[in-house]
Design a protein around this ligand. Structure first.
Ligand SMILES: Nc1nc2c(ncn2[C@@H]2O[C@H](COP(=O)(O)OP(=O)(O)OP(=O)(O)O)[C@@H](O)[C@H]2O)c(=O)[nH]1
Ligand SMILES: [Mg+2]
Length: 336
């Protein structure tokens, strides 16, 4: 039997939950959102399609749950496996959203509160097709009477680095052909303050507001910080790169070790993996050693840019989703 056939992936990744990353500006943002909640007519909640469950901000959801909402799963270009077509992926995400929502409804009902059905969209901020679709949804919500206000405010919220500012810019470009209104950047925490209002439609008083990305004040599930660090939602350096690569290896092995076949045969051992990668990319010293931080950082960069295959870090089966909701519920009950 060859090594690939004999390989058995790890089923668990024991990990001590580090605390969340919740700097002062996020605390301020959460408070401000709370106080402004009556001015939010439409909420665009941006999530990262690679972690559709983990990048859901349950802290914000609980303060803005009565608002008209559209969930946008951004960065689909980094989450769709090559063999999956966009429409299949879209269907999967709609299905995920529906099953998650029905479970959520059940949980919320047991707390005496019911969520509205929330429409969701997959997105790639650089592709006009998606901006046109989202624009149409917002226009319908804003103009077709869901919102009665004369002036409509569309707020963009979500975890850091999920692409809120990029989406705002893409909508403005499609609608008004105007240049960027919001600064974007490839690290979390680019937007630090609420933006000024930015016009969205030419002939209607519909305006957008960008907000700083916010994490949840506490972490729901033990592996959350690992996933959020891998996709770049939290500050660099909170978790050491070797641990991140070990976790990435664990997740990839659950999908298929063939994803890293260009570097290494299947393995559950992060040191063996790093050594094989170091060898393949020419980072081995004459004595056969390597700097594990340098090699790990390289692997993480490859993953973030989509060069190490496209796959999700969240498990999307019903029992994983249910477990996640239970974690969230436990957290919110502990708080109250
Ligand atoms: N691959 C890919 N990258 C994207 C997409 N949308 C945004 N990005 C990139 O993701 C990074 C973060 O984008 P931003 O728009 O600044 O994210 P943000 O949510 O506003 O971030 P904060 O202000 O820090 O909360 C930037 O480097 C963008 O170019 C997308 O659909 N696909
Ligand atoms: Mg931003």
């Amino acid at each position: 039997m060859n090594r690939t056939m004999a390989f058995v992936a790890r089923k668990i990744f024991p990990y001590e939950t580090p605390s969340t990353w919740f700097p002062g500006h996020m605390h301020k943002t959460l408070k401000k959102l709370q106080s402004l909640s009556s001015e939010v007519d439409i909420l665009i909640e941006v999530r990262d399609a690679r972690i559709p469950l983990t990048s859901r901000n349950f802290a914000v959801e609980s303060i803005l749950k009565k608002r008209n909402r559209i969930i946008v799963y951004n960065k689909c270009d980094l989450a769709i496996p090559c063999e999956t077509s966009l429409s299949t992926f879209r269907d999967e995400m709609v299905h995920l959203q529906q099953s998650f929502q029905s479970m959520q409804d059940w949980f919320q009902r047991s707390q005496g509160d019911i969520f509205k059905t929330v429409p969701s969209l997959t997105y790639v901020s650089s592709v006009p097709f998606y901006a046109k679709k989202l624009l149409k949804r917002i226009r319908n919500m804003a103009i077709n009477g869901i919102t009665k206000n004369q002036r409509v405010h569309v707020y963009f919220i979500g975890m850091p680095n999920t692409g809120k500012s990029s989406i705002l810019n893409s909508l403005r470009h499609i609608s008004l052909r105007r240049s960027k209104a919001a600064i974007t950047g490839n690290y979390p925490g680019v937007t630090k303050n609420f933006s000024e209002v930015v016009r969205l439609l030419e002939h209607a008083e519909v305006f957008m507001l960008d907000t700083p990305g916010i994490m949840t004040p506490s972490i729901a599930a033990p592996e959350d910080m690992l996933k959020l660090s891998l996709v770049g939602c939290v500050k660099e350096g909170l978790i050491d790169p070797v641990t991140l690569v070990d976790y990435l290896l664990f997740r990839i092995n659950l999908v298929s070790p063939s994803i890293y076949a260009k570097w290494s045969p299947p393995t559950n051992d992060v040191d063996e993996f790093l050594g094989n990668v170091a060898h393949k990319i020419g980072k081995l010293s004459k004595g056969g050693g390597y700097n594990d931080n340098t090699v790990s950082t390289y692997i993480i960069q490859q993953y973030r840019s989509g060069k190490l295959g496209k796959f999700m870090l969240d498990s999307m089966d019903k029992s994983s989703m249910s477990l996640r909701l239970q974690h969230e519920l436990t957290k919110s009950q502990k708080k109250s």
